[in-house]
Each structure stands twice: as structure tokens, then as C-alpha cells.
Design a protein around this ligand. Structure first.
Ligand code: BGC
Length: 907
């Protein structure tokens, strides 16, 4: 139990710790209770500046004592917040006995600038060109080479008449920026400001740079990369200039308060100077080329003499007034280097190059320490897999080069790109001077730095490998937006992939802020018709409204609400979701979704893809949308709309049953995906549920116990089987080693999830190079089942935000042990089970401020006891397996253990 009075901890605002810039309408609070208490009421106070700074000052907002167990997603209901201000907030809680806790330590947030507060201009060096010879890629067309351009270095010297007591740098780019202040890199984020539809919304970051400023001369600088704005992006082998803009530009505003209370402001404007220098090109897909001989050393330090440079020296920048595009504080998660991997093997190629295996398919780049004569060229290529001859297999990269090149200056150097990212496990380093020693070459893992939330461990090494592969796939593809793949010339925010994987992603990592950012991209890309796009941010790709892709516009917000109790995201996007629902209803009659299906990818990459009728899949998703909309409308307090969506759901449901479900419980086509969708989305009439699930098992048996699902069916396949009492079949599919199966990939060395079930096979070698990524997370959506079913970490039906847990493990297969955890918004949930000596035991930890219903499967549920010897409150049939019963316990926060006769005895 909590010692009475301990204050709440882990305070967050908009899912972030003490954000330095946040839109006022995103300000929503959450906290954790220490120990294992329950909350019966809370009180929040918000005060401008800080509690310490203005002792005794009245708070801007005092919620008073609010009788509520909510400890996440609590809105700031006070008077309007002022833009560009710092606020502190604190919270205290009451336990069920009415005892108040201490006040928490204060947390802070700062509000974003008002659009009118921006005084900075866009600056850059224009669309200068320079040709270059890219690293050789045998057999590749070379249309892109001449399009690559050097990176602008921009600088501005200014003087401060005193010591800074607070300083905030608000900065962004059309393109990418790396900010420098007095010779130091500002912050540790990469690929900033991230990818949005730059025509509509540009994110900016805010940094506390107080400690970097000096009394006297200072230099603020930035290097710009093309990034998604003006570099190559997507699959049309076109510079993004065709999509967004021709050359990168910077916008920066530094706000300083000096010791004597005076304010100083420094902005990007025509007084800045710029030049091209060592970075000869920097492109997300193509890679970087640095000529270290051209580095203008000291350029970002005070005292640097701009006139002393040789060659094309510093010149005045081009200046353009700020335009009407919205500048928004970044609500998401920064991209960072999160890990370093050392080579597991280094081999010398015939040409003397080093072929390095990092043992893990990852997204990032190499960092090399090298020393050699000036002019030495070191070239690095990257690939996910090797070809039959042991060389890098790059055909599946299509036109993406993902190659870096460095020309050394005299002396030792650390070689590392900063405006690109590569998907690879192997690298080939050509021209490295000498032999690399330990630590000279490492891989740096780069992605949106989203905190891990889930864990899994079992007695089956292959299953633990599957879990790791799923998480690595997520890490490599969550880079500002959830992308399909991180290596080839695509890397787009495909909605279908994101939607099938969102629940798994949320268990793996704390994706609330990441998806909050991306859902704005989705809304920005919505068509005036209400159709959600197939990709977000939008490029000039026209696809929209494809079933299971467009539906992500409803499913992802629902998932975020479900997992985090986030009603803010629901309210923010309610209008967009309604427009989508209206679009579907307008375009289709008779409650069957047969029209406006866009590119209609169906059950993408299923081994029997086209066999599932398109209207069946589309209508199932429409029904699902309607059901989720009803829940979301309830969550948003819109009871009328909720009723409307329930009615719509019922109508689509009967139309679906009439069109696709026969009297003997068969679904049209009989594909596994048809059954999975019908059952998962509740479209099979109750009296036919068991028989339809039986037909699904028959279809699996007919495929010799293999799955035939693609992106759309795969995520719900195991959950549907377990929910219908066929957990044994779920384990059978999971353990299947022959094609198609997850283990088939693992047996062939996969360290991420492949795009295709048959990415490589002994018989055929590589699948078509045209579309064969080895790091696509969609087929990894089975991760959800590992958490929700295998471990049993789930929520009571209809609830959100993990206040009411449903802990119901599904043991099976050859597993004798599985354990794991999930860091929920209420705190850590743990669950683990073991089968030994004819006994089944289940250990759980319920976080503070949550209650759980624990369901323990057993051959004799009445004999199951908790560790203190207490009997179950009830006993019933275990839905996961026929013939097995379950004992139900109701528990509060803390650790609990249960054991009883193993369920194996039942069979
Ligand atoms: C992508 C997928 C995407 C699909 C649409 C592919 O090129 O890689 O992941 O969802 O197109 O069918």
C-alpha cells in the first residue's frame, strides 16, 4: 500500500515531460500514483512562471477537488493560456479514505508562440547546383546524380549586453536543420523539424539555450539539409522540389532575457551570411558526401573572420518574409541516436573493401574513425541482406542509393552523416585507410526516440526473436512518421500499415505523442471530399480512400484513445472522422461499400490476396469504423452521434450478413481473411459465431496449418482464433516453420519483419527486387496477440486508459513460460505464467489507481487459489480454449499470484 500522503509523480503534459513549446489546445495533464494506492479525487493548480518565483501568487487555474479516478488526459479547464509563456503545474490526490497527498513537485510547460509573435524571415542560399559522381552502383540508372546539392551553412554574429538568465531558440527549416550556437550543437535531435505537408504546416522545435550564450559576441548558425522538403522522397525518383520546394530554408528566433531584466531577440533575416562548405550533398534516400577539406573550421564560433575564407566565401543570404503557412510547436517525439552497435563480423572483399555485418537490420548510419592523407576517399554502402556471392544486395533499394562518401583532410576524423538515414544490416566500406580497430566503425541506430513500454520473454528462443524483430521493425520505421520501410525509395506514411500495426506499436512503445503528431498529418492530407489519403504526409500521390488504408483515420485515433485514454485526440479529429464517415455514406448505397474504393489494395501481399472479395473487406471496415465511431463519440461526450453511429453499424452489419454470410456460417470466398474480418468486426450473427470460427479453422487446416493472410488479415488472425476458443490453432500458426509463417523468416536469419512472406526462399532466392523490403512492420502486427492474449494484458471491454484491466493469459503450444510487462498510463502492468508439475501459475502486478479482473485458465478452475489461499469470486468457461474453465479474481493495485491445476489436464 501507499504510505498515505505520498505525492503523485511522473507528471506529463500532452504526453511529454516539461515541454518547451506546446499548443494551448493540446495541454492535457497526466500523472502517476506512487506505491499501490487508488485515487478518489484530484486537484490541479496551474500558475504562470512558477510556484517558486511568485510565492503566494494566485494560480491561473485551480481545479479545486475533483472527485475522479482520472489520472491521465485531464484537460486544462482554466482561463485561456497566453502564447509564449512558461507555466508550472502541480497536482495532489485523495485516496478512498479521503486522505490528501502532498502536492507533487511542480512540472512545467511552455506555450507555443502566437503566429504574430514570429518576427523571423525564411533565409537560405537558393537552389544552387553542383554535379557529383556518386559511388558506383553497378547496373543502376544515374538520373539522380546531378540533382544533388551542397548543404548551406548559415551564420549570424550578434552581441548580448549581459548574461542571459533565460533563452529559448525557436527554430525550424523547410528541409532539415542542425542548429549551432557558439560552436556547440543545439540539442541532440536529428532530422528536425520532421516531415509534415510543408505547404500547410511546418513544425518547429524550441530549445533551452541559456547555458550556451555568452556576455558579448555570440554566433548562431545552422547547416541545412534537403530532407523531405527538397530532397528525394517517395517512389517517383523525383526530388521533393517537385512536391514541396526547391531548396532548404531556415527560420529561427532566439528570445533572451538578460540578468538586468531586458529582453533581446535575434531572428533569421537578411543580415545572416551563408556559404556552401564540406557537405557536398545530403539526401535522405541517396546519402551524403562530405569533403572534409572544405570544412570552414570555427565558422560557428565568435571571433571567426568571414573574410578570411578562400574560394566561394560567405555571402549575404536570400531573405523571404514569413508566409502564411502555419508554424506549430512540434507535438511529437524527436529523432535521436538511441543505440550503437559494433560489428559482429568484418570480412575483406576481393577489392579490398570491408564488408561489415552488424548482426541486426536497423535504421541509422555508420560512424567511422579514420585517419589518412588528405584526399583519401572513404565510401560506405548499406544493404539489408547479402547476395549469393556475399556482396551487398542492393537491388531492392530501387533508386535509393543510401551511400555516404567522405574525402579526408589531413589528420584523424570522425565520419558520420547527419541528414540521411539508411536501412541496413550490412555495410561495405571502401577506401578505409588501414585496418579498423575496435570501436573505429560502429552503427548508430536512429529513429524517433519513443520510450519502450513493453517487454516479453519466454522459454522459446524463436518467439523471443519474433518479439525483438517486431520492435526493431517499429524502431526502424517510426521516423517522424510511421513509414512502410526505411531503405528503398519509398519510406512513406502508408495509412494501412500504420493502422494494422498501431495497437502492437502502442504496447511496444509509448507512441501517444508520436501518433498525435502524425494524426495531424493525416488530417492535413484529407481530401475536401472527406476521403482520408493512402499516405500522410501527402505527396503528389493521388491515392485516397482505399479500404483498410483510409480507415486508419478512425482506427488510429481509436487505438490512441483505447491505449492512453486520450480524449484530446478524439476531439481534435472528430470533425475529420465525421467527414470520412459522411464520405463513405454518400458514396455507397444499401450499406455495402462497393464504390469509391480508391486504389483498393485489398488484403495486400496475402499469398491469396485477390481471393477475398473487395466489397467484403471494404464493408467490414466500414462497419468497424461505425462501431469505433460510436465508442469515440461516447468518449467525446457526443451521445447523439454515438447513437447515430450505432444505428449505422447495425445497418451495415445486416447488409454484410445478407451479402456475405450464408446460413451455414460460411463467408463468401472462404478465405481466412474473410473469416477474420467477419469475426473480428462482429459481423457474423451470434448463432453462427462458433460455426464460422470452425470454418476458419478448416481453412487453416486446408492450407496445411498455414496462414494465408496479408497485411489486412494478419493482425486479427490470432486474436480471432483465441477469442473463438482456438488458442491451440493460434499457437500452431505461430510455431509454423514452413512458408508462409513468421518463423519461416526467423529461420532464414530475419532480425526484422519482412514485407513479404516469401522475401527470400531456397527455391526462388529473392522475391522481385521491385518490392521486397526486409523491414516492413505490417506482418508484425501479431505482437498485439502476444501482449493481449499470450500474456493476457488487456482492458475490460469498452474501457480505455488501463484503469480497468482484464488479465487473462492464453497459455499454449510448446511454451512452459511467458512473462512480460506494459508501461501503461496508470503505471507498470506485469504478467507472467508458468506451467510446471501439472500446475499453472499466473503472477501479475496491477499498477496504482487501477483494478483488475484476473481470469486464470485451469483444468479445474474451482481449485485455483490466490497466493493467500483465497478462492475465486467466480468460475466459468475459458473462452480461449474449449473444455477449459477459468477462475476469476477481482484485485486492486499490487502484486498477486494465482495457481491451480494446469489446463493441459483438461485435454
Ligand atoms: C508499401 C506498402 C503499402 C502499399 C499499398 C507498398 O508499396 O510498401 O507497405 O501499404 O504499397 O498497398
Amino acid at each position: 500500500m501507499t504510505p498515505a500522503g505520498l505525492p503523485p509523480v511522473g507528471l506529463r503534459c500532452a504526453h511529454l515531460h516539461n515541454p518547451l513549446a506546446i499548443a494551448p489546445d493540446r495541454v492535457r495533464f497526466s500523472w502517476l500514483l506512487p506505491g499501490s494506492g487508488l485515487q478518489q479525487a484530484y486537484q490541479i493548480q496551474v500558475i504562470p512562471n512558477g510556484f517558486g518565483l511568485l510565492p503566494g501568487a494566485a494560480p491561473l487555474w485551480d481545479s479545486g477537488q475533483v472527485p475522479s479516478a482520472e489520472s491521465a488526459d485531464v484537460p486544462c479547464d482554466g482561463p485561456p493560456l497566453t502564447p509564449g509563456r512558461r507555466y508550472e503545474w502541480r497536482v495532489r490526490v485523495w485516496d478512498p479514505a479521503g486522505t490528501a497527498s502532498e502536492w507533487s513537485a511542480p512540472a512545467s510547460f511552455e506555450t507555443e508562440l502566437a503566429q504574430a509573435d514570429w518576427a523571423a524571415s525564411w533565409i537560405g542560399l537558393g537552389a544552387a547546383r553542383e554535379s557529383f559522381t556518386p559511388p558506383a552502383q553497378p547496373g543502376k540508372p544515374d538520373a539522380v546524380a546531378s540533382a544533388l546539392r551542397p548543404a548551406p551553412y548559415l551564420r549570424h554574429s550578434f552581441t548580448l549586453a549581459g548574461r542571459a538568465v533565460t533563452a529559448r531558440l525557436h527554430i525550424t527549416a523547410l528541409g532539415l536543420y542542425e542548429a549551432r550556437l557558439n560552436g556547440q550543437r543545439v540539442g541532440d535531435a536529428f532530422l528536425t523539424p520532421g516531415w509534415t505537408d510543408y505547404g500547410q504546416r511546418v513544425l518547429y522545435q524550441t530549445y533551452d539555450v541559456t547555458g550556451l550564450l555568452r556576455d558579448g559576441e555570440n554566433v548562431l548558425g545552422a547547416i541545412l539539409g534537403d530532407g523531405w522538403y527538397s530532397g528525394f522522397v517517395g517512389f517517383d525518383a523525383k526530388r521533393a522540389g517537385a512536391h514541396y520546394g526547391a531548396a532548404p530554408e531556415l527560420l529561427a528566433q532566439l528570445e533572451v532575457t538578460l540578468e538586468d531584466g531586458t529582453a533581446a531577440r535575434v531572428v533569421s533575416d537578411g543580415r545572416w551570411q551563408g556559404r556552401f562548405a564540406a557537405i557536398r550533398h545530403a539526401d535522405l534516400l541517396m546519402g551524403e558526401r562530405h569533403d572534409l577539406r572544405l570544412e570552414p573550421h570555427g565558422w560557428d564560433f565568435p571571433g571567426f573572420d568571414v573574410t578570411a575564407c578562400e574560394g566561394d566565401g560567405w555571402r549575404a543570404v536570400d531573405q523571404r518574409p514569413r508566409d502564411t503557412r502555419v508554424l506549430a510547436a512540434d507535438p511529437g517525439v524527436p529523432v535521436r541516436v538511441t543505440q550503437e552497435l559494433s560489428p559482429v563480423a568484418v570480412r575483406r572483399g576481393a577489392d579490398g573493401s570491408h564488408v561489415i555485418d552488424f548482426g541486426q537490420n536497423l535504421t541509422g548510419w555508420l560512424s567511422l574513425r579514420a585517419s589518412g592523407p588528405a584526399g583519401t576517399s572513404v565510401r560506405v554502402r548499406h544493404a539489408e541482406v547479402l547476395d549469393a556471392g556475399g556482396g551487398l544486395y542492393t537491388d531492392n533499394l530501387r533508386t535509393a542509393r543510401q551511400a555516404d562518401e567522405y574525402v579526408l583532410a589531413d589528420g584523424p576524423a570522425v565520419l558520420e552523416p547527419r541528414f540521411t538515414v539508411h536501412g541496413f544490416r550490412y555495410a561495405e566500406v571502401a577506401g578505409y585507410p588501414g585496418e579498423p580497430g575496435p570501436g573505429d566503425i560502429v552503427a548508430r541506430v536512429v529513429h524517433s526516440d519513443i520510450a519502450a513500454a513493453g517487454s516479453w520473454e519466454s522459454d522459446q528462443a524463436w518467439l523471443d526473436q519474433l518479439f525483438r524483430n517486431i520492435d526493431w521493425g517499429q524502431r526502424g520505421n517510426f521516423i517522424s512518421v510511421p513509414t512502410d520501410c526505411p531503405q528503398r525509395d519509398e519510406r512513406l506514411g502508408w495509412l494501412g500499415d500504420a493502422q494494422v500495426f498501431a495497437r502492437t506499436a502502442s504496447y511496444n512503445r509509448d507512441v501517444a505523442a508520436f501518433f498525435a503528431k502524425w494524426l495531424d498529418d493525416v488530417a492535413d492530407a484529407q481530401l475536401p471530399s472527406g476521403a482520408f489519403p493512402d499516405i500522410a504526409p501527402r505527396l503528389n500521390f493521388p491515392g485516397a480512400a482505399a479500404p483498410a488504408w483510409g480507415d486508419a483515420g478512425v482506427i488510429v485515433p481509436w487505438t490512441i484513445w483505447k491505449m492512453y485514454g486520450d480524449r484530446g485526440v478524439v476531439m481534435r479529429h472528430f470533425g475529420a472522422m465525421t467527414a470520412w464517415m459522411d464520405f463513405l455514406e454518400r458514396g455507397n448505397s444499401g450499406y455495402l461499400r462497393t464504390r469509391d474504393l480508391g486504389h483498393n489494395y485489398n488484403d495486400w501481399l496475402s499469398p491469396v490476396s485477390d481471393d477475398t472479395p473487395r466489397e467484403l473487406l471494404a464493408t467490414a471496415y466500414w462497419a468497424y469504423d461505425a462501431a469505433l465511431m460510436a465508442e469515440l463519440a461516447d468518449a467525446a461526450g457526443r451521445a447523439g452521434e454515438a447513437a447515430g453511429y450505432r444505428e449505422l453499424r447495425a445497418k451495415i452489419g445486416s447488409a454484410f450478413a445478407d451479402a456475405f454470410v450464408s446460413a451455414d456460417g460460411r463467408l463468401t470466398s472462404g478465405t481466412q481473411t474473410a473469416y477474420v474480418l467477419g469475426l473480428h468486426m462482429g459481423l457474423v450473427p451470434d448463432h453462427l459465431l462458433a460455426v464460422a470460427a470452425g470454418h476458419l479453422v478448416d481453412a487453416i487446416r486446408a492450407a496445411d496449418w498455414h496462414l494465408t493472410t496479408g497485411f489486412v488479415g494478419v493482425g486479427y488472425l490470432l486474436p480471432v482464433l483465441s477469442s473463438a476458443g482456438h488458442t491451440d490453432v493460434a499457437y500452431r500458426l505461430l510455431a509454423q516453420r514452413t512458408f508462409p509463417s513468421w518463423r519461416y523468416m526467423i529461420d532464414r536469419g530475419a532480425t526484422t519483419i519482412w514485407e513479404r512472406w516469401d522475401g527470400w526462399s531456397e527455391e526462388r532466392g529473392f522475391q522481385s527486387a521491385w518490392m521486397n523490403s526486409f523491414n516492413h512492420y505490417a506482418l508484425g502486427s501479431v505482437g498485439e496477440w502476444l501482449y493481449r492474449f499470450a500474456l493476457g494484458i488487456d482492458q475490460a471491454p469498452g474501457t480505455a486508459g488501463f484503469g480497468r484491466l482484464l488479465l487473462r493469459p492464453h497459455p499454449g503450444g510448446s511454451l512452459d513460460r511467458a512473462e512480460g510487462s506494459y508501461q501503461s498510463v496508470r503505471g507498470l502492468v506485469r504478467a507472467g505464467w508458468e506451467r510446471a508439475g501439472g500446475r499453472f501459475s499466473y503472477r501479475v502486478e496491477v499498477p496504482p489507481n487501477a483494478r483488475a479482473s484476473v481470469h486464470v485458465p485451469s483444468a479445474a478452475a474451482a481449485q485455483v487459489r490466490d497466493a493467500a489461499g483465497g478462492p475465486p469470486v467466480s468460475v466459468g468457461a475459458f473462452p480461449g480454449l474449449r473444455g477449459v474453465s477459468e477462475a476469476v479474481f477481482q484485485v486492486g493495485p499490487g502484486r498477486h499470484e494465482f495457481s491451480g491445476p494446469d489446463l493441459r489436464a483438461a485435454r
